[in-house]
Design a protein around this ligand. Sequence first.
Ligand SMILES: *Cc1c(COP(=O)(O)O)cnc(C)c1O
Length: 371
Amino acid sequence: MIPFLDLKGINAQYRAELIEASTRVIDSGWYIQGNECKEFDKEFAEYCGTKYAIGVANGLDALILILRAYKELGIMKDGDEVIVPSNTYIASILAISQNNLVPVLVEPDINTYLIDPSKIEEKITPKTKAILPVHLYGQTCEMDKIEKIAKQYNLKVIEDSAQSHGAYFGDKRSGNLGDASGFSFYPGKNLGALGDSGAVTTNDEELANTIKALGNYGSHKKYENLYKGVNSRLDEMQAAMLRVKLRHLDEEVKKRRDIANYYTKNISNPNIILPIQNSKLNIQNDQNHVWHLFVIRTAKRDELQKYLLDNGIQTLIHYPIPPHKQNAYKEWKNESYPISEQIHDEVLSLPISGVQSLEDTMKIVQVINEF
Ligand SMILES: *Cc1c(COP(=O)(O)O)cnc(C)c1O
């Protein structure tokens, strides 16, 4: 069986370094907010090109804490609206509702699966305070257009970079394309820890300090509490694992790009629509996609998935149910987002990772071409 993602194999590549790093943590006697976290924050900020990175407990918390910090700073209040794509992973939307803010869904572009900038303006009201673009599947959104709208209406831009570590838009990386960005280091992400963790990146010092305090019981200083905060910290063990994995992230992305290019060149089946890099992005290189997922689309999705499984190829669907059809958001059940619904009915994610062999990639192509 060709697995969708061989996580064990991915981490086995760095086994010696991971063991060395975990031994360092065990022997340090310091397990929360110590040197590993400090160094990771520094190294990750440098990687993204931002002034600050703040390690937190997971990707959802990263997004929650950004919005919460804007509330504490008086920039947002209960009932304000945040624009978000209708086809994202539910966490992007949960972060908004958890803050008593209102998610306003905007349909994606059917070609890129990314929020359609031309549909944002019609959803802006006096209550709109932010746009939350999601660089879904690892491809950066059209940030120039989004930035322009945000400037015009005085909105914050909060990136969901949970799938796009290292992706560029122009000469800047994901995490440095808006006012603040949330990252996830869930084990299956391109930069994955060996447990849960996440980070916020920003160039805004006040925001960074507020988020740091909010994630540590609302405290800037031990036993002094400025806010009714939460406990959402990155721990030393995961920070140490992430420091190892960060050093290899660009290699991982390069291998994913090679597989994506191989798929793109060699899959030819009239039933299947391949992912395209957005020609409208006006980017001459291929750095705007880090291929967290290689997502194809076909009207015969379920049939194809079963056929691939019968042929020893595991695939996944990202995602089977659109957010507005989830029971958690019953209030949206009568709303219609046809592009999003079509995407959720038709997408299928093929195996892709830095440890996938050329042999496996060739087999996948061959089996698909015979569908
Ligand atoms: C994974 C993911 C998240 C949530 O990250 P966790 O670390 O699992 O909390 C948020 N948004 C998107 C788009 C994701 O893919």
